[in-house]
Design a protein around this ligand. Structure first.
Ligand code: ISJ
Length: 437
């Protein structure tokens, strides 16, 4: 965990304070966004610090940030609501100047929620954000009105060096046992689907430079969202909730196949098999229904495709459904912010199971590890409640030389435990490859 930045408080911090000392707090805090000259260089190459990096990037567009203007942690069932209230207060106090006016310009907060009520959720307002949207570059600086944009003293990126792996809380054989138990419970009629995960620790020779991992992830998985918040770093293919103006969308994934033969994904055979797999289609349908039922309650025109498509990534192929809708202007408010909607969707059946509460209980019982912020919403939001929250997958918690990876699979009545264990291994490849360079 990002222990240096965020002590793992198990209680809600009810009196959050900006990290700037209130005694020395000047009268005005500003968020100033300026347009920068057009540039095609990778945003990550501009991040001056090796750790505490903030990132939310896809196809070269998005946001990176560093420095802490303010931070907040919370846990419990209302963690997201506490973060939302904190952010509303904090952003209301900022004097904003934004000549750019694109998604992500102006003041923003990066948020990474905890998976379960006992896991700590983190919110962080950076001092500096660099953004790229629709070909436009911008920089936002948040701080005292008198503060100039801090000069970026770029610390050179370093490689992690030799990597060794060891079991973490749930080894592969423990995982196979847990999946076997999950299958029995499904067959006994307790639930229909449960998503079970396990972890693996990589130890690097050197302190891990988050930029090294992020750059490699974004190059290998350009269509995924390369994210970093408080040491949780990954490249996820799954968008839980995006909100722009009143438009909302979600990319639901569940159902996975791969080939051990290089290049087989693009050949289409994996996709064809996946689209014909009744196990994967049923697993996918639970995930789609779990998202559509929540968003259908807030959007009268929700569009849900009748069948999934295949989404090939470099290491595997998923079944994917893109859902879109519009929020009614008259009922818009804090309950329909991107964060509130992401929290209401979490955990979707893509990472929890069905029925939701039974699956959550079974995960606690069969998975003897803390998910922390793995498999929970991660992203950013502005003061108007627009933003993007992906599901934190294909990721790891980085702390010093230690990198804890987590990955899991949707378990159904007809799952094969050995195959699910193999799938979880394949889902760890993105971070392993990024570390090994
Ligand atoms: C749980 C993970 O991935 C999820 C599970 C999937 C599956 O079981 O087919 C597919 C995509 C994700 O929704 C993970 O990557 O750890």
């Amino acid at each position: 965990m990002s222990a240096s930045l965020f002590p793992s408080a198990q209680t809600i911090d009810l009196a959050p304070q900006p990290t700037v000392e209130s005694a020395s707090r000047p009268a005005a805090f500003t968020a100033v966004t300026v347009q920068l000259p057009g540039s095609r260089d990778d945003l990550l190459t501009n991040v001056p610090v090796p750790t505490g990096v903030l990132s939310f990037l896809s196809e070269g567009e998005g946001l990176v940030g560093w420095g802490t203007y303010a931070s907040f942690t919370a846990s419990g069932p209302d963690a997201a609501a506490h973060i939302a209230a904190w952010w509303a207060d904090l952003s209301a106090d900022l004097i904003v100047s934004d000549d750019v006016g694109v998604p992500g310009s102006g003041p923003i907060v990066f948020i990474s929620l905890g998976f379960d009520d006992t896991d700590t959720s983190v919110a962080l307002v950076p001092q500096t954000v660099l953004g790229s949207r629709d070909g436009r570059r911008f920089r936002t600086t948040i701080g005292p009105a008198t503060m100039a944009a801090p000069p970026a003293q770029l610390v050179p990126v370093t490689a992690p060096g030799r990597i060794s792996y060891s079991d973490a809380a749930v080894s592969v054989s423990d995982y196979i046992e847990a999946v076997t138990a999950g299958i029995s419970r499904i067959r006994a009629g307790e639930l229909k689907k449960v998503v079970l995960a396990h972890d693996l620790v990589a130890t690097a020779e050197n302190v891990v430079d988050e930029r090294y991992v992020l750059s490699r992830l974004s190059q290998a998985y350009p269509t995924c969202w390369t994210f970093a918040v408080a040491g949780l770093v990954g490249a996820t293919p799954e968008m839980l909730l995006r909100r722009r103006g009143l438009r909302i969308s979600s990319r639901v994934l569940a159902g996975t196949a791969w080939s051990d033969r290089a290049g087989a994904h693009t050949a289409g055979t994996v996709a064809t098999g996946l689209l014909a797999s009744s196990k994967d289609l049923a697993e996918h349908a639970y995930a789609v229904d779990s998202v559509a039922s929540v968003l259908g309650a807030v959007s009268a025109d929700l569009q849900v495709p009748g069948a999934p498509r295949a989404l090939p990534l470099a290491n595997l192929t998923h079944l994917a459904t893109d859902i879109t809708g519009t929020l009614p202007a008259e009922s818009d408010g804090p309950s329909t912010s991107a964060l509130a909607l992401a929290a209401a969707l979490h955990p979707s059946a893509a990472v929890g199971g069905f029925p939701k509460d039974v699956a959550r209980g079974l995960i606690r019982e069969l998975e003897p590890m803390e998910r922390g912020r793995y498999a929970a919403p991660v992203g950013w939001m502005n003061a108007a409640g627009e933003g993007e929250f992906a599901i934190a997958l294909r990721c790891a918690e980085i702390s010093g030389n230690t990198v804890r990876m987590m990955a899991g699979c949707g378990i159904m009545a007809d799952s094969d435990p050995e195959k699910e264990a193999r799938e979880a291994q394949i889902k760890m490849i993105p971070v392993r490859d990024a570390l090994e360079g």
